[in-house]
Design a protein around this ligand. Sequence first.
Ligand code: ZN
Length: 165
Amino acid sequence: MYCPYCRNPDSRVVDSRLADDGSAIRRRRQCPHCGRRFSTVETTSLSVVKRSGASEPFSRSKIINGVRKACQGRPVTEDDLALLAQEVEENIRASGVAEIDAHEVGLAILEPLRRLDQIAYLRFASVYRGFESLEDFEEAIDALRRQNEDAGRVPTGAQRPLTAR
Ligand SMILES: [Zn+2]
């Protein structure tokens, strides 16, 4: 890798450490030519295959942009969205795949989004699970009610794993 300062084609690793809960390695490098230091991040490559068949690198910012619309007017912060995107990426990486359909990325967003905000979840689910009728909404709302009742039996503080970290 070229030194970003002087374009010297060689660099020396001075430190390596795990980042993002072990899904990435951050390396501190030093250029032997100019002596300056820079960092690189190494992750397994994860591609998203779009409906057209084209693939592109997985991107957290795309997740955030996709979810932001569903969160309009809801009490969801940028930090919440960043954590959600991180969780989605970690879940997908933990499944060990190197490639995933864009549609499956949408489905992987559903569960963390449900825990974050139920209205945003319903909006998002109506698109990604292809709700076609009021019955589809009713079914999803019934499922949420049942989950809420279950959550009601859990001690306070254990209900929002996203913010508990
Ligand atoms: Zn250099």
